[in-house]
Design a protein around this ligand. Sequence first.
Ligand code: NAD
Length: 255
Amino acid sequence: MTVVEKAKTIANAWLAGKKRIVFTGAGISTESGIPDFRSKGGLWERFQPIYFDEFMSSREARVEYWKRKATLYPNLVSAKPNPAHFAISKLYEMGLVDAVVTQNIDGLHQLSGIPDEKVIELHGNTLRVRCMSCDALESIHDVQIRIENGDEAPECHCGGYLKPDTISFGQAMPMEETDKAVNLCCACDFLLVIGSTLLVQPASLLPGYAKRNGAYLAMINLSETPYDRECDVKISEKAGAVMDEVVWQIQQLID
Ligand code: NAD
């Protein structure tokens, strides 16, 4: 099948669905200029992850962590949603998306117009900073100013360590968001996965839950994933152009 034929197949399944969920990973944001983790040129070629325990137990690790964040900061705050994000928000406006579950921490789905409560962020949001002791929240912009003024490992007024409100390796997953994502995928009848290698839990389990409920599973991802055989359709092309085509096909079917 050609890409257009596959996009049409996805459009048909989307309209046939009643509970439609979109699951996104770092790959949807590469066209916004934010590198993913595992692709060539991805963040893992530049940085080894800093585990949560290291962050909490070593000032040196916190300094290194914040130094990396400061390097990535200009890119993250200037990133804009790309055609794939806007395609999903258009379909949301049309009443065709129940929720977006994302591994991303960049807030681009919300910036594209999807309400906060409809975006389930499994790994938090890097535009917020949280105190690891009292849970107080601050904006990344305020903390960035402190870093630029020489504070290498910023702390809260209570003395707790400040950390971007994202889930590090070795840190517990947020219970509420994880439960919501699992429940949505267990109950959906259409799941579209965009831009994830589906290698880490719970992402690696969600398509399986949807399939077990009889859902149609569509995937748009450049590289291979463990669900390539099990899915109903896979398009291995860039998400922006493919999602534009999917929206166009849906509009043709509705008109
Ligand atoms: P990943 O890096 O493991 O995989 C990304 C996948 O997207 C790859 O399979 C790649 O081939 C594919 N891809 C890249 N560009 C694409 C495009 N234009 N169209 C279609 N597919 C494309 O990503 P993951 O599975 O989400 O895991 C990475 C983890 O890192 C996540 O937990 C996330 O929290 C974090 N992360 C987030 C961001 C972000 O918020 N934008 C960026 C980097 C990493």
